[in-house]
Design a binder for this molecule. Structure first.
Ligand code: SF4
Ligand code: SF4
Length: 534
């Protein structure tokens, strides 16, 4: 490549392009070809080193190179390549925010996709290890741990020192890592009860049901009748596609995609009717967050219904390169979601990683699948949706309470959606509210932050975020990702039983003017509901 070409491309204002993942091709799994591509990209990164502070993958690579006598990549042991791969949790931040060599640059650097390919090759060769099978079985584990009484036992064991020792020994879960609470009273059960007892809404109108013990299963026949008839819904339309993209490509733009943006003088092309994908974690571990979403949306005149049959979005499997596992889940989820889109519903999920799965990862795996693309076009982050309503003059701003100062963490999987800081923008509509935005990785990153061998790196990555939260001494601290919120909690306000810096005792915390008392994170949807006084 000529110097002229390189200079023209670097620093270009052209939006980066994400190419489809060619995961069905035999060449994708060719280990020699993978090795050559790892060498090619690592050599470029070695000469660039912009990403040294993003995660632990790049420092692992650069340290391995710097430790060789010549300081060159060709002397690095191939074992170190796999350590780099292991430290990548596919947050996409290097691609989306740092790298000047991403497509359309001729060097064609897509570091996250290269890491994903390496993970997929290894998973195809070796299968998933026991711990990874457990950690990715979010539905099975949630169903078991969510059974009444069992949930209490599991939660008690997970919070005891002997229980954590057992988890460390059997599953390699770090003792000081936050592990989720399991709830037998799931989000879907809560919403079912809430909708049934809601004034003016009969059980028949609320066509959702909870299969006993099942993960987010409900009546197959539930259709638009499942809407909560609050009014304010826009006219359903056909599934939209994005006219600004060549087939199979995703362009990262800082703007709302054209079919989502309001046309001049008209309501936005959102339909004002929402089918809620609760997510495994939301349903079993943070049902309050899901309930808050439904209540805030309904308060704003948006009919809400549950997605009738819901399986894991597949993000935990993506992190491990289990593409066949994702395919199985996709075959269950996409037909249900496509049907909802065709019936005139928009789709919302409360967790950024799950939204990203439908907005970006599945579309890149299935560029020619019309159903996947139709679902993608109608999948929204909740605050993206609320802000579109606001632009159309359809968001209530009659707040009853101020929030004061909010220390707000933006998760990586929300940042890479390129929708702007919509959560901040909505929270700032609340009178007497200031939002201190923290745009750094919390270090949780799916299952990375709970694994013993990565915990130290995870704490190092998340520490600056926790310290910002401590210094802010805000009235609330919050993250769109509830797991990131608990990671920050574990570092900023660690429980008494932990040890080490991230495990200072409560008494130590109380005596530290920068730490303050132990407090729990509050999801932005919970804060918004508080502000509305509902
Ligand atoms: S995708 Fe994220 S974790 Fe992976 S190398 Fe890039 S910045 Fe690091
Ligand atoms: S991913 Fe891009 S920006 Fe980051 S180190 Fe490699 S070449 Fe440089």
């Amino acid at each position: 490549m000529s110097r002229e070409t390189r200079e023209r491309r670097e620093g270009s204002l052209e939006a980066p392009t994400r190419h489809p993942l060619d995961w069905r091709s035999p060449a994708f799994y060719d280990e020699d070809a993978l090795g050559k591509e790892l060498e090619r990209i690592f050599e470029i990164c070695h000469g660039c080193r912009r990403c040294f502070s993003l995660c632990n993958a790049f420092p692992t690579l650069f340290d391995a190179i710097d430790a060789t006598p010549s300081g060159e990549l060709n002397e690095v042991d191939r074992k170190a390549y796999w350590e780099v791969v292991d430290h990548c949790y596919l947050c996409d931040m290097c691609f989306m925010t740092k790298c000047p060599y991403v497509p359309p640059h001729p060097w064609n650097v897509d570091f996250p996709h290269l890491m994903l390919r390496a993970k997929a090759v290894r998973t195809k060769r070796e299968g998933l290890h026991f711990r990874d099978r457990v950690l990715t079985s979010t539905e099975a584990v949630g169903n078991l741990a969510g059974i009444p009484v069992v949930a209490e036992v599991v939660n008690a064991v997970n919070r005891s020192a002997p229980g954590r020792a057992l988890l460390a020994k059997t599953l390699g879960i770090a003792r000081d890592a936050p592990v989720p609470l399991y709830r037998s009273h799931t989000a879907r059960k809560r919403l079912r009860r809430l909708l049934r007892t809601d004034a003016g809404v009969t059980a028949a109108e609320v066509a959702v049901s909870e299969a006993s013990g099942g993960a987010a299963q409900a009546s197959e026949g539930a259709t638009a009748n499942g809407a909560i008839p609050i009014g304010g819904g826009a006219v359903p339309g056909p599934a939209a596609t994005r006219p600004d993209e060549a087939p199979g490509e995703l362009r990262a733009t800082g703007a709302v995609p054209p079919e989502r943006a309001p046309a001049a003088g008209s309501a936005p092309a959102i339909r004002g009717r929402v089918a809620l994908f609760t997510t495994c974690y939301g349903n079993r571990n943070e049902p309050q967050m899901v309930e808050d979403l439904a209540i805030v949306f309904r308060h704003n005149g948006i009919p809400v219904r549950l997605v009738p049959q819901e399986r894991c979005c597949g993000m935990p499997r993506l992190e491990l390169g289990d593409l066949e596992g994702i395919d199985r889940l996709k075959r269950r989820n996409i037909p249900v979601l496509r049907r909802l889109v065709d019936e005139g519903w928009d789709l919302v999920a409360p967790i950024p990683s799950c939204v990203l799965m439908f907005k970006q990862e599945l579309p890149l795996m299935y560029p020619d699948d019309a159903d996947v693309q139709a679902v993608r076009a109608r999948f929204f982050d909740p605050f993206e949706y609320l802000m579109l309503r606001h632009r159309a003059g359809l968001l209530r701003t009659d707040f009853k309470a101020s929030l004061g100062k909010v220390s707000y963490h933006v998760p990586c999987h929300l940042r890479v959606q390129n929708i702007g800081l919509k959560t901040r923008d909505v929270l700032k509509l609340v009178p007497d509210t200031t939002v201190d935005v923290i745009e750094r990785c919390s270090g949780h990153d799916g299952t990375y932050g709970v694994k013993q061998e990565f915990r130290e790196a995870s704490v190092k990555i998340g520490r600056p975020v926790a310290e910002r939260v401590q210094r802010a001494k805000a009235d609330h601290y919050s993250s769109d990702c509830p797991m990131a919120g608990h990671q920050i909690e574990s570092l900023a306000y660690p429980p008494e039983r932990s040890s080490g810096r991230s495990g200072a005792s409560a008494a130590e915390n109380a005596g530290d003017p920068h730490r303050g008392p132990r407090r729990e994170p509050e999801h932005p949807l919970t804060l918004l509901r508080k502000a509305y006084g509902i």
